[in-house]
Write a protein that binds this ligand. Structure first.
Ligand SMILES: NC(=O)c1ccc[n+]([C@@H]2O[C@H](COP(=O)([O-])OP(=O)(O)OC[C@H]3O[C@@H](n4cnc5c(N)ncnc54)[C@H](OP(=O)(O)O)[C@@H]3O)[C@@H](O)[C@H]2O)c1
Length: 278
């Protein structure tokens, strides 16, 4: 079942949402993309992750059409590009995103990855935007533990509610420190590319677990990311069958045997490693 995660600063978001990278790039695919997002919302995946980068703003306009008439029940996440993340430019970028999304407030606004502008400035802009009611919450993306620890010390840092990072069966490095560190502070981890963009290594162990649950390997991979209390997964799917499969994945409950089989097939790292990105 999809359930709500509550972070510090009172953000409440579903643990399974919808990604939008590669949407809004192609006019011919637009109606299919809108239908996929609407289907996901109908099935309870009521968080949509987008960014000013995706389709150069095109994905945000797809989201606008998908949430039309049901804005209140959807948790909308967008991101500012690092090169726009000065104080002044963050305010301007957020204004453009609000316009494309056709909403008056973004529920969670993230810095897409660490960049050249001092993070103090970006956090100051996030604080201003929150005071103006243009964003409800803010966070970061692609920040490793050392960077997040520094961010936490800056003015406004204690209000960071999420770090969106790469996490899937083949990218387990964050299990060692980042996930527990965030859990202890009530910060959400948003797992991006939970299906490794459809390129997960085929594996017999994974297939066995999938067969036990009458599920596909992709459903098992997705459900597996959701086993932590503070992790939200945001798979992207344009095909309606994929959207339905992803919603159903939230119903999978793993046994100890399943988890052991998965660990054998995709072993957890035995040493600390830098955050991986795509
Ligand atoms: N913050 C960041 O830097 C960052 C980076 C990457 C991604 N993201 C966010 O995370 C979202 C998800 O990541 P992603 O798009 O990179 O990759 P992903 O969700 O791991 O994989 C998407 C691919 O998997 C396929 N798929 C979806 N559900 C499936 C299922 N049940 N069975 C088999 N295949 C399935 C999709 O096919 P169809 O589309 O054909 O259905 C698509 O080709 C993005 O869309 C974006 O919102 C953020």
């Amino acid at each position: 079942m999809v359930y709500d995660i509550r972070t510090r600063s009172g953000a409440v978001m579903p643990n399974l949402g919808l990604g939008t990278w590669r949407m809004g790039e192609n006019v011919a695919a637009r109606q299919e993309e809108i239908a996929a997002l609407k289907q996901g919302l109908d099935l309870g995946m009521r968080l949509i992750d987008t960014a000013e980068m995706y389709g150069e703003g095109g994905a945000e306009t797809v989201v606008a059409d998908a949430i039309d008439g049901q804005r209140e029940g959807v948790f909308v996440v967008s991101k500012v590009l690092p090169h726009n993340a000065s104080y002044k430019e963050t305010l301007a970028a957020c204004g453009r995103s609000l316009k494309r999304l056709r909403v008056d407030r973004i529920d969670l606004y993230l810095l897409h990855w660490p960049g050249e502008h001092p993070l103090e400035e970006t956090l100051r802009a996030f604080t201003t935007l929150a005071e103006q009611g243009k964003i409800r919450h803010y966070g970061l993306s692609n920040f490793d533990l050392d960077e997040l620890t520094r961010a936490e010390q800056l003015p406004g840092g204690s209000r960071i509610v999420a770090d969106q990072v790469l996490y899937n069966l083949e990218r387990r490095g964050i299990e060692r420190k980042l996930i527990p560190w965030c859990a202890s502070r009530n910060i959400a981890i948003m797992a991006y590319s939970p299906l490794e963009q459809g390129r997960l290594r085929p594996d017999d162990g994974l297939r066995r677990v999938a067969a036990r649950h009458n599920a596909s390997p992709a459903q098992v991979a997705l459900a597996w990311t959701l086993r932590h209390d503070n992790v939200i997964a945001i798979p992207k799917a344009t095909r309606l069958q994929h959207v339905r499969d992803n919603a159903k994945a939230a119903e999978i409950v793993f046994t100890e045997e399943d988890l052991a089989d998965i660990d054998r097939a995709f072993p957890p790292p035995h040493r600390d490693m830098p955050l991986e990105t795509l």
